[in-house]
Design a protein around this ligand. Structure first.
Ligand code: NDP
Length: 321
């Protein structure tokens, strides 16, 4: 539970009763949750994330339905909930039990167990939405290299593995060049030091990539755009470097580059289901497991602080029990 006092936010583990849970049609026995960048912001009490306290944090959960007032779900169904302002406005997944509106619930495909669902989590779902966006705009492996920024992080790591699995040649941009063996193991064929892209660049650079998945924003995204080849497409989903975009229109008007925004929090239900179905076929579970660190509820204050410092590699799953 996160509580706000005058000058800081405190996280404590508390025993609650079902009657304390918020309104919703589906009550879920949570088995696993996860830690995303946004959870780091919430635990740190950064403005613009949590808008009512006290709140159970956790933007993701996976578990089994305990009870449901909605005929679409019944006890024992394996489900996940991602985003939907959980852990921001509505009590979230860092708990043994949660109650949510039925429209937020996604039934897990048979191939994805609840732990794997949280190894994927919002970060992996967002990566899948980015890959689907690139494909929707016609990008194929024959077009050339796809660049992934923030590549040692959750979104970046899963994006690399999904793209590589589909046959794309992937260049990974990282500030942690010591992670090169990890990045190559999960599918990158080229590793780029993020210092190359972190500062102001030219409006138009030589064509280097056919497309991109950007989890970083700011100068990095501007430089990715300026080095994207004619007709290329870049999916932007994150702001780890900054929310600004100091770019020019040159890539758009001189090379016909497309910039696609990707968001996972209020994505329509049918698009979530389509992304989870694709994850069921595309995710390499053994490879995913090599990206995972497992923690308990008591470790959350520490791990959420580390994700804000860019020190968490890959994905974190939380055993809430
Ligand atoms: P992580 O912290 O796991 O990954 C972010 C990565 O970005 C880091 O690992 C690091 O990679 C890189 N990075 C960190 N700081 C900087 C910096 N100052 N400059 C350049 N690169 C930096 O977070 P997630 O993967 O969970 O999320 C990534 C981003 O995507 C966040 O901004 C998050 O808010 C956003 N997001 C958006 C969603 C949406 O719906 N649009 C959903 C989920 C996430 P490396 O060390 O390899 O350089």
């Amino acid at each position: 539970m996160l509580d706000r006092t005058d000058d800081h936010v405190e996280a404590t583990i508390r025993e609650l009763d079902d009657v304390d849970l918020p309104a919703g049609e589906v009550t879920i026995d949570v088995e696993w949750s996860t830690v995303n960048y946004k959870d780091g912001l919430a635990y740190a009490g950064r403005p613009g994330v949590v808008d009512r306290y006290p709140i159970v944090p956790g933007v993701d959960l996976a578990g089994t339905v305990h009870s449901s007032d909605d005929p679409r779900y019944g006890p024992g169904d394996r489900v996940t909930v991602n985003g939907c302002r959980m852990g921001e406005r509505h009590w979230g997944g860092h708990a043994e039990r949660a109650r949510v509106p039925a429209d937020w619930v996604v039934r897990l495909p048979d191939a994805i167990d609840t732990r794997t669902a949280m190894a994927i989590g919002t970060a992996g779902l967002t990566s899948m939405l980015c890959v689907l966006a690139l494909e929707r705009h016609g990008l194929t492996p024959d077009d050339g290299t796809v660049v992934v920024t923030g590549s040692s992080g959750g979104v970046g790591s899963v994006a690399i593995s999904l793209l590589a699995r589909r046959g794309f040649r992937v260049a990974a941009v990282t500030g942690r060049t010591e992670e090169e063996p990890y990045l190559r193991r999960i599918g990158a064929v080229e590793v780029v030091d993020r210092a190359e892209l972190a500062g102001p660049g030219r409006p138009l650079a030589s064509e280097r990539w056919a497309g991109g998945v950007d989890a970083v924003g700011s100068h990095t995204l501007a430089n990715v755009l300026s080095a994207t080849a004619y007709g290329g497409v870049v999916a932007a989903c994150g702001l780890a470097q900054g929310m600004d975009l100091p770019a020019s229109v040159a890539p758009f008007i001189l090379r016909g580059v497309t910039l696609v925004g990707v968001e996972s929090v209020v994505t329509p239900h049918d698009r979530r289901v389509a992304a989870w179905d694709r994850l069921a076929t595309d995710i390499d579970r053994d490879l995913l497991e090599t990206m995972v660190t497992e923690v308990g509820l008591g470790e959350l204050p520490d791990v959420t602080a580390r994700i804000l410092e860019g020190k968490v590699r890959g994905r974190v799953v939380v055993d809430v029990r």
